[in-house]
Write a protein that binds this ligand. Structure first.
Ligand SMILES: NC(=O)c1ccc[n+]([C@@H]2O[C@H](COP(=O)([O-])OP(=O)(O)OC[C@H]3O[C@@H](n4cnc5c(N)ncnc54)[C@H](OP(=O)(O)O)[C@@H]3O)[C@@H](O)[C@H]2O)c1
Length: 206
């Protein structure tokens, strides 16, 4: 069995991810949220807590194999890493942002910078993960939308970031592929976009 803890389970990506993981007989899910009672899932443990509060995290992490963190904040990532050290959990997948290395390429880079400004790429979880001893996968996700496409391009650190959009369904597929071992990324920072969205000046939905 693989025990998976989802932190930020009330977010939009988990609406796609949780059903995918529920299809996997070898996976047991625990959901951690600021409002766990609102989560519309049966047959799994649900914990209400603050992700910035290490004791809440330590309680939720007992016996877990992998943490999926559905948001990206350096200070809270450091709290999650602290709790992982206290509980012996080694693996984490984090939903993060594009541009943390200034890697976004033209023509998309102009629109992306205009929309986000420069500040988005600093104080991110990747800064804490890269100096940790953990087995992490940090997802540098491009602009998200809700749709049924499942395909993704996974771009390693060091390559230019080319894609302008991706579905939350495809992100959920990438996370599932990582958890189930279909993908083997370790201590990796992966750019994610939809095939065919390379060299767009902006997402189609803007
Ligand atoms: N929209 C885009 O184009 C885009 C692109 C790249 C990255 N992202 C980022 O990707 C992440 C996942 O996407 P999504 O669509 O699933 O986002 P979302 O619907 O905003 O979900 C994020 C969840 O993370 C938890 N969370 C966020 N900030 C928190 C905090 N300070 N303390 C504790 N929990 C916190 C909350 O979970 P609970 O409600 O369960 O507590 C929240 O529902 C988000 O952080 C988003 O900003 C978005």
């Amino acid at each position: 069995m693989i025990n998976v803890l989802i932190i930020g389970a009330g977010g939009q990506i988990p609406r796609y991810l949780i059903p995918l993981l529920q299809e996997q007989p070898a996976i047991t899910l625990t959901l951690f949220s600021r409002h766990a009672a609102r989560l519309p899932y049966d047959g799994m443990r649900k914990i209400t807590g603050q992700a910035s509060h290490v004791p809440d995290l330590v309680e939720a992490m007992q016996g877990q194999d992998i943490v999926y963190m559905n948001f990206d904040d350096k200070r809270i990532t450091e709290a999650v890493i602290d709790a992982m050290h206290q509980t012996g959990v080694k693996r984490i997948i984090q939903a993060g942002v594009l541009g943390v290395y200034g890697e976004v390429a033209a023509p998309f880079s102009a629109w992306n910078s205009q929309m986000l400004g420069q500040s988005v790429a600093t104080n991110r979880g990747i800064e804490a993960l890269e100096v940790s001893d953990l087995d992490y996968v940090y997802m540098r996700m491009t602009w998200l939308y809700n749709g049924s496409r499942q395909e993704y391009v996974a771009s390693p650190k060091g390559e230019p970031f080319l894609g302008a959009q991706i579905t939350r369904q495809a992100i959920a597929q990438f996370v599932t592929d990582t958890i189930t071992g279909k993908r083997q990324d370790h201590r990796a920072s992966i750019g994610l976009w939809e095939p065919g969205s390379e060299y767009k000046a902006k997402p189609d939905f803007y």
